[in-house]
Design a protein around this ligand. Structure first.
Ligand SMILES: [Zn+2]
Length: 129
């Protein structure tokens, strides 16, 4: 699901709040939003936002989001390892491998461990800033 953010229609800030009713959850031991009220505010320009509400702006993926998306895409899949020839083409596969584990503790530098024990680092080098 692509993420969106709520922004102020006047100044564009995403430092916005909305009044909500909360209900205590005994099960989860915290307050949960049970309904959203029409009262919305921008903390940046101190405006009351009317019933038109906030602008919904898509959030471009950063390298961390891309890393996590790659992780969920690769997990549990098999892939084949190819080397390139001099022309940039691909030779026959060297090996077929299943991904045994992905270390995504640093999502910009994923470490893939394949079933042969080899480790690969996937560096996510571009994304929105
Ligand atoms: Zn504002």
């Amino acid at each position: 699901m692509p993420k969106i953010k709520m922004t102020c229609p006047h100044c564009g800030s995403d430092d916005v709040t909305r009044d909500c009713l909360g209900r205590w959850s005994v099960e989860r031991q915290n307050w949960e939003v049970s309904s959203e009220l029409d009262s919305m505010q921008c903390e940046a320009c101190d405006r009351e936002i009317g019933s038109d509400g906030f602008d919904e702006v898509p959030v471009e993926a950063n390298t961390r989001d891309i890393g996590l998306a790659i992780t969920s895409f690769l997990e549990g899949r098999r892939f084949s390892i190819h080397q390139e020839n001099e022309d940039g083409g691909t030779l026959d596969p060297v090996a077929d491998a299943a991904i045994e584990a992905i270390d995504a503790s640093d999502p910009d530098n994923l470490v893939l461990v394949v079933d042969g024990g080899q480790r690969f680092t996937v560096r996510v080098i571009a994304g929105a800033r």
